[in-house]
Design a protein around this ligand. Structure first.
Ligand SMILES: [Fe+2]
Length: 293
């Protein structure tokens, strides 16, 4: 039976119905999911009883290029003993909420800035998949902005201004914006900036989009204040409510999105409530500089 994709927003995002990702092996169904990702860029799968192993295996079946040991996992080993997973939770090894002064907690707060996953490495992140194992009762929504629609809506003068520009992305930028500057010298070296085009073309659909992220802090050939203000203006434009879908989490959701077409951010929730969300991520085949060369 074909998978049903029910749109959740006029521009993008859909709920996929009638599929059990842990058991999914059929090449035709996997192809349907890939095609739906090209169209919708964000897919919601409800009631997916995934454990760590089945989550990683599903990501591998969709595409073999797993992306791991970036983000917080560059700071320390994760609590799963499985580096294919990235931890985007606020709990420790025993499921207890991290104390307010915990470094991992401070580091993760920057996820509430609009960003694109793993834009601070090259090649950058492609698909991200989050599996909800524990969700807070209120808040903690994840918002997505359609960066293809933002590009399409941009005026011709601004398009000419930004096309061809190259940004420098680093976690040092995004963490500084969020007030987190407790980075060691070794971490600053590990987080050295990478170059990405500000306007990218999707390798599968050919659609252009703005490649923005909280990690982008400089634009080559532009003064720092000029670059920062341009990035701020573009981010404000691209995250207007008409381009945004907000996801309200339920237990056992698997949420998957294309970082080549969207930006996202986490929303606040009661910090005393546990949230256990585990990420698998695929990487782009090549960087945006290489791709446009
Ligand atoms: Fe993220």
């Amino acid at each position: 039976m074909p998978i049903e994709f029910v749109p959740l927003h006029p521009l993008f995002a859909a709920e996929a119905r009638g599929v059990d990702l842990a058991a999914l092996r059929d090449p035709g169904a996997l192809a349907e999911i890939r095609a739906a990702m090209h169209r919708f860029a964000v897919l919601v799968f409800r009631d997916q009883r995934l454990d760590d192993r089945s989550q990683v295996e599903f990501a591998g079946r969709l595409d073999g290029q797993l992306h791991s040991k970036t983000g917080i996992s560059a700071l320390a080993a994760n609590r799963f003993g499985n580096e294919a997973l990235t931890d985007v939770s606020n709990v420790d090894e025993n499921g207890q909420v991290l104390p307010p002064d915990d470094r991992r907690r401070h580091y993760s707060l920057a996820n509430r800035l609009w960003h694109t996953d793993a834009s601070f490495v090259d090649p950058p992140g492609r698909y991200s998949m989050l599996s909800a194992r524990v969700v807070p009762p209120v808040g903690a929504d994840t918002e997505f902005a359609d960066m293809r629609a933002a590009w399409d809506a941009l005026d011709a003068r601004t398009r000419r201004q930004v096309e061809g520009l190259v940004c420098l992305h680093s976690q040092v930028h995004s963490r500084a914006k969020a007030g987190f500057d407790e980075l060691s010298d070794a971490e600053r070296v590990a987080f050295r900036p990478v170059r990405h085009r500000l306007v990218r073309t999707h390798p599968s659909t050919g659609r252009k989009s703005l490649f923005l992220s909280s990690h982008a802090g400089e634009i080559e050939g532009m003064s720092l204040p000029e670059a920062r203000m341009l990035l701020l203006d573009l981010t404000e434009f691209a995250t207007q409510p008409r381009f945004v879908y907000s996801h309200a989490w339920r237990l056992h959701d698997l949420l998957m999105w294309d970082n080549q077409a969207t930006m996202h951010r986490g929303r606040p929730f009661d910090p005393a409530e546990p949230r256990d969300i585990r990420q698998t991520r695929l990487r782009c085949a090549e960087g945006t500089i290489e791709q446009h060369a």
